[in-house]
Design a protein. Structure first.
Length: 81
C-alpha cells in the first residue's frame, strides 16, 4: 500500500510512519511544495517472525495441559527466544 504524506506531516509523525512501514510494509511518498520529493519503503530483507500463530496456539494448549503455574513467562520465552 502506498500513502502520500507531506514533509511537515512526516516530521510531526515520524514514529507512527516508521512503525507503519516496519509492521505493515506501507510505502510513503513524501511531498514538498506539492511535488514528490522522496519515498520511504520497507526493506526487502525484513526479518521474518520466528514462529507462526499456529505454533504459539499449539504451545498454549500444550502448556495449559501440563498445568504450569506461570504460563506468561514460558510463553514469552518461547516467543522471543
Amino acid at each position: 500500500m502506498t500513502k502520500t504524506i507531506s514533509k511537515k506531516e512526516l516530521y510531526r509523525n515520524l514514529k507512527d510512519v516508521s512503525d507503519d512501514v516496519i509492521q505493515n510494509g506501507t510505502t510513503y511518498t513524501v511531498v514538498q511544495y506539492s511535488k514528490p520529493a522522496f519515498q520511504i519503503t520497507p526493506l526487502d530483507v525484513m526479518p521474518k517472525k520466528k514462529y507462526q500463530k499456529t505454533d504459539i496456539e499449539r504451545f498454549i494448549i500444550h502448556e495449559k495441559s501440563s498445568k504450569k503455574t506461570n504460563l506468561s513467562t514460558t510463553y514469552k520465552q518461547y516467543l522471543y527466544s
